[in-house]
Design a protein around this ligand. Structure first.
Ligand code: ABU
Length: 623
């Protein structure tokens, strides 16, 4: 604990009712009503100066878990300090305060005395955000506060990586809304103390989900990369906006470096290609469709959909639902998204695509775009990109590849062939926050033709994008987007790339592929598990059913499936309640609820995979 130097507010005033109220409000809930605060002062004091400190006697030495409440005297000054609280342990501790104990705080210090008192002691600060920088002399307190925040985060990070920790401490939404153990989500008119904010930070993490836990398999984005995390912290500290070079000189140039790198990996001529980082794969897909339409119909920008024929686009039935969202958002309409049939592995059937295009034309519709999927959400399927590119060329259609999930596989020399043909796409969505493990969020849309994004979206707002700036305004990339303000998503990716090198990503991704193969092989040998596709996984998705003993020998029928449908949700519900693991499930077409295992978490080991299988059996055997 650094030596704390209390700061004086310029708006000093004698401690009075308002101050007293604020102090009480800053106390752990549940104690407020029982505390009498006596303010002793010979002179007017500022909020920061008249600090009430609650210093905890060795709470954790209490073997029984009881807290020993006592009074203590700060020898040098003779002040009486009542020792009764501990940062981060609010109402639960309050409940342990003996009922008959009269709680009196009679403690007032000046800045110097306080600093002496606090030296080398952990303390609970009854201070407020106004006491932090930019408050005058707020440096030390700011440092102290942020260090404590970092400590909270470090504690959480350590727990995240431990397979002894629970993944989550599940509560229902109404419980969170009602408030838990002093964790109150309601917002008040009065400021809360820094101490309370620290408790709130702890509780926010406590009731959240540890997505970096080795047994968290729930989403395509999982894991917690420490370098990426550092990148995110730095980004938040810089707190700037990506629209102009002027205010984000390093980040805008970094973005061009990354986009060039990614375009090069796709196989495009780096100098020609273009792109932008966007808020997630759905928006990147929307960009793909937006530029596809603009390329074909530039008049859309000024004149709108009224001047266009009935345009239609194609995506596989396993494609992401964001394509329909984009069609709805862009005024194309979800009815004009034609779903193309897939084979049993979930890959688009090229002959079906061709058939659908011809059918649409016969009906008087105007095809303009095909969205291929490289790594479908549920099955991890890769559409045959060369075949689709051939069809797009024949019919002069824009080819967008949704590689939000599968894009990372391009970094694996062993597995990148699964995306062969992506280089023929006109635009690509690629989310580094999925397979590459970059902290959320980090998604790019890339276009083979330079300048299209700008032409399609720019509005040349004069207050931002002045043409007569001192630097090369090509780096004012913000006008390429449909947004104005844009979060800096590039730094954490850039920093991770620096830390790992391209080969580091490759090793990580290849390991996920090995884990998927291992998982598949283990499941294949177990007679109470059944794979949705009985073939080696093409990606890290492995889809399967668990059959409890009572259903194991019943032949497939409507009634059996009705029962099987309930198994995965029940197992998952129990997993969540116990906090032991998390993975997702879904029905798909005629397939009733099945689990989707997916590997994208660097913390996961083979032992975690074995654990998951045992856990599913433990929770499911009596269902
Ligand atoms: N397509 C968004 C991610 C879905 C998933 O994590 O399962």
């Amino acid at each position: 604990m650094p030596r704390h130097k209390a700061c004086c507010n310029t708006h000093a005033e004698p401690p009075g009712r308002r101050q007293h109220t604020a102090m009480c409000q800053s106390m752990p809930r549940g104690l407020r009503e029982r505390v009498t605060m006596e303010v002793v002062s010979q002179r007017p004091l500022g909020v920061s100066e008249s600090l009430y400190y609650f210093y905890q006697v060795p709470l954790f030495t209490s073997v029984s878990g009881e807290v020993h409440w006592e009074e203590s005297r700060v020898a040098s000054s003779g002040w009486v300090v009542l020792l009764f609280s501990h940062s981060g342990v609010p109402d639960s501790l309050a409940a342990q305060v003996p009922k008959d104990l009269e709680i009196k705080v009679k403690f007032l210090v000046t800045a110097n005395d306080l600093a002496a008192f606090l030296t080398n002691r952990p303390c609970c600060l009854f201070l407020f955000s106004l006491d932090l920088l930019p408050s005058k002399e707020g440096e030390d307190l700011t440092k102290c506060f942020l260090l404590r925040v970092v400590n909270i985060l470090l504690h959480y990070i350590e727990k995240t990586f431990s397979d002894k920790s629970k993944i989550l401490d599940f509560h229902h939404p109404h419980q969170l809304l009602e408030g838990l153990d002093g964790f109150d989500l309601e917002l008040s008119d009065h400021p809360e103390s820094l101490e309370q904010l620290l408790v709130d930070c702890t509780d926010t993490l406590k009731y959240g989900v540890k997505t970096g836990h080795p047994r968290y398999f729930n989403q395509l984005s999982s894991g917690l990369d420490v370098i990426g995390l550092a990148g995110e912290w730095l980004t938040a500290t810089a707190n700037t906006n990506m629209f102009t070079y002027e205010i984000a000189p390093v980040f805008t140039v970094m973005e061009t470096v990354l986009l060039k790198k990614m375009c090069g990996i796709i196989g495009w001529r780096e100098t020609e290609a273009d792109g932008i980082f966007s808020p997630g794969g759905s928006i990147s897909n929307l960009y793909g469709i937006l530029v596809a339409r603009y390329k074909q119909y530039p008049e859309i920008k000024a004149r709108g959909m009224a001047v266009l024929p009935c345009i239609v686009l194609f995506v596989s039935e396993q494609g992401h639902y964001s394509i329909k969202k984009a069609a709805a958002t862009l005024g194309i309409g979800t009815d004009n998204v034609i779903e193309v049939k897939c084979d049993e592995r979930g890959k688009m059937i090229p002959a079906e695509l061709e058939k659908n295009i011809l059918q649409a034309k016969r009906k008087g519709q105007t095809p303009f775009c095909v969205v291929a999927t490289a790594g479908s959400t549920v099955f991890g399927a890769f559409d045959p990109l060369h075949d689709i590119a051939d069809i797009c060329e024949t019919h002069k259609l824009w080819m967008h590849v949704d590689a939000a999930w599968g894009g990372g596989l391009l970094l694996s020399r062993k597995h990148s062939c699964k995306l062969s043909g992506i280089e023929r796409a006109d635009s690509v969505t690629w989310n580094p926050h999925k397979l590459m493990g970059v902290p959320l969020q980090c998604s790019a849309v890339l276009t083979r033709e330079k300048g299209l994004l700008g032409a399609c979206n720019q509005m040349q707002a004069e207050y931002l994008f002045q043409p007569d700036k001192v630097y090369n305004i090509n780096f004012d990339t913000g006008d390429k987007t449909i947004q104005c303000g844009r979060h800096v998503d590039v730094f954490k990716l850039w920093l991770m790339w620096k830390a790992k090198g391209t080969y580091g990503f490759e090793v990580q991704i290849d390991r996920y592929m090995e884990l998927a193969k291992y998982f598949y092989k283990v499941l294949k040998k177990k007679d109470n598990f059944k794979l949705v596709f009985d073939a080696e996984p093409e990606f890290t998705n492995v889809c399967f059913w668990y059959f409890p003993p009572r259903l194991k020998h019943i032949p497939k029928s409507f009634e059996r499936d009705q029962e099987l449908q309930k198994i995965a949700p029940k197992i998952k519900a129990q997993m969540i309640v116990e906090g032991t693991a998390m993975l997702s499930y879904q029905p798909c077409g005629d397939k009733v609820n099945f689990f989707r295992m997916v590997f994208s978490n660097p913390a996961t080991r083979q032992t975690d995979v074995d654990y998951l299988i045992d856990e599913i059996q433990r929770l499911g055997k009596d269902l």
